[in-house]
Design a protein around this ligand. Structure first.
Ligand SMILES: *Cc1c(COP(=O)(O)O)cnc(C)c1O
Length: 437
């Protein structure tokens, strides 16, 4: 499998090169040159098997003819061996796909661990230390940090928008130390993302410091996410619950694009609903307006505070010959007040505490039920509610116990340096930190 750029002005590369580069040289995002044929039925993909088997079977074509081809099963076995409960809701026809049982309690652990496994496998022993740059609205940074923590040959530079992440998220981001450095940027998430993109697009800097990205623009993040949708949909299919509509809390469109690609692979998936917070870009676009990227606004579902989703370019590329607005994709925007109400109602009616992002998906489900859609739905539950204690605890009126891995991180000391949202400031850090790891 070769990968080309969404902007068509970069040479085709193999999966290993695409993964290491992050962005294509022309500033576009890597996409598979050809879409793989639907996979034939294989006993390995039966729903009773583990996610790690589903993943190595379905992802194989994407890594064919690359240095990762032979390592793929081992990488999947190591990275994706995380609990993946499918929890029925009271609704009877809807299931939460709980993606938050990894080390940092958000879905991004799956992809970050997979990416780190691939990058480690690709690394030659005599190569200089690689710098993984990551802009985070809260959860990516800690997932990437956990995945690369103490991995020889890598250092991670995390940029997060100061004051825009929860107290526990901030603590977690700064708690790793060792080969992980953490910066609180005076700006919003889009500023962080812009700085990272600019550095990666700077050929001299990028080469000199072996820069790479771990943001959701990386093909190494997107691809593994496809596997948990395939896994869950196969289980529902075995119970006669397909075609199933999928609702995904959405910010940069990485997770939702994976659900869309699972459907492109032939899985029995109906509509895909992008559940966004009050950032209206996607909801407006799917309602018929022109696409208009803009700065993100702050909401309670802060991991989705994105006004110009980075994977939109990839989405339009996949649908370049089709009308994206009639492709079975919908978008719903949920404001903060409604998020709060939904968290409260879910607690009162189902005794279930949910994070503000998952609440957006639950709200979208409710709206679809009210609009007369009784069919099966799969909802991505993207983070553990204990990560967003400041929002969730007052609404449910009690403390939410952090899962063990998160609790452990919270007991460690935490440190983040301030950083102005100026490119030259980032460049200084990248240059100066070179010796640290
Ligand atoms: C990152 C994140 C999202 C948004 O995912 P995208 O892939 O950026 O659309 C949703 N919920 C949580 C908890 C997240 O951390």
């Amino acid at each position: 499998m070769r990968y080309i750029s969404t902007r068509d002005r970069s040479p085709a590369v193999d999966a290993g090169q695409a993964l290491r580069a992050g962005l294509a040289p022309d500033g576009g995002l890597y996409v598979p040159e050809r879409w793989p044929a639907a996979r034939p039925a294989n006993p390995d993909t039966l729903p009773s098997t583990r996610l790690t088997d589903t993943a190595s079977h379905w992802l194989a074509p994407f890594f064919a003819n690359s240095p990762l081809e032979d390592r793929l099963p081992a990488i999947c076995a190591e990275a994706l061996d995380l609990p993946l409960p499918l929890t029925p809701l009271d609704d009877g026809q809807a299931w939460l796909l709980e993606l938050f049982h990894g080390p940092t309690a958000a879905f991004k652990d799956f992809a970050a661990r997979f990416l780190a496994g691939c990058m480690a496998a690709l690394r030659a022993a005599d190569e200089p230390v690689q710098t993984v740059l990551v802009a985070t609205s809260g959860d990516t940074g800690s997932a990437v940090a956990a995945a690369f923590h103490r991995r020889p040959g890598f250092r991670v530079v995390i940029l997060y928008p100061e004051g825009r992440v929860s107290v526990r998220q901030a603590h977690q981001l700064g708690a790793f130390g060792d080969n992980i450095s953490c910066f609180r940027v005076q700006g919003n998430f889009d500023d962080c993302q812009r700085l990272v993109k600019q550095a990666l697009n700077d050929p001299a800097l990028s080469q000199r410091h072996a820069l790479t990205s771990a943001n959701s623009i990386s093909i190494g993040r997107l691809l593994p996410q496809i596997s948990y949708y395939i896994h869950a949909v196969s289980q529902l299919s075995a119970r006669g619950q397909t075609p199933v509509d999928i609702i995904v809390p959405t910010g940069n469109l990485g997770n939702a694009l994976a659900a869309i690609l699972a459907r492109e692979l032939g899985l029995p998936i109906g509509e895909i609903v992008l559940a966004t917070n009050a950032n209206p870009t996607l909801a407006e676009f799917f309602a018929g307006d022109d696409y208009r990227g803009r700065p993100g606004i702050e909401t309670l579902a802060n991991a989705m505070d994105v006004g110009d989703p980075s994977n939109f370019e990839r989405l339009t590329w996949f649908f370049r010959d089709r009308d994206l607005r009639s492709a079975g994709i919908r978008a719903v925007s949920v404001d903060d007040q409604t998020i709060e109400r939904r968290i409260k109602t879910t607690w009162e009616t189902q005794a279930m505490a949910v994070c503000p992002h998952t609440a957006c998906a639950l709200e979208a489900l409710d709206q679809r039920r009210l609009a007369g859609n009784p069919g099966p739905h799969l909802l991505a539950a993207t983070a553990h509610p204990a990560k967003f204690e400041g929002v969730v605890e007052p609404l449910v009126g009690q403390a939410i116990e952090p899962p063990p891995a998160l609790a452990e991180l919270l007991t460690r000391p935490s440190h983040a340096q301030p950083l102005q949202a100026e490119y030259r400031e980032l460049v200084k850090i990248i240059r100066s930190d070179q010796d640290v790891a």
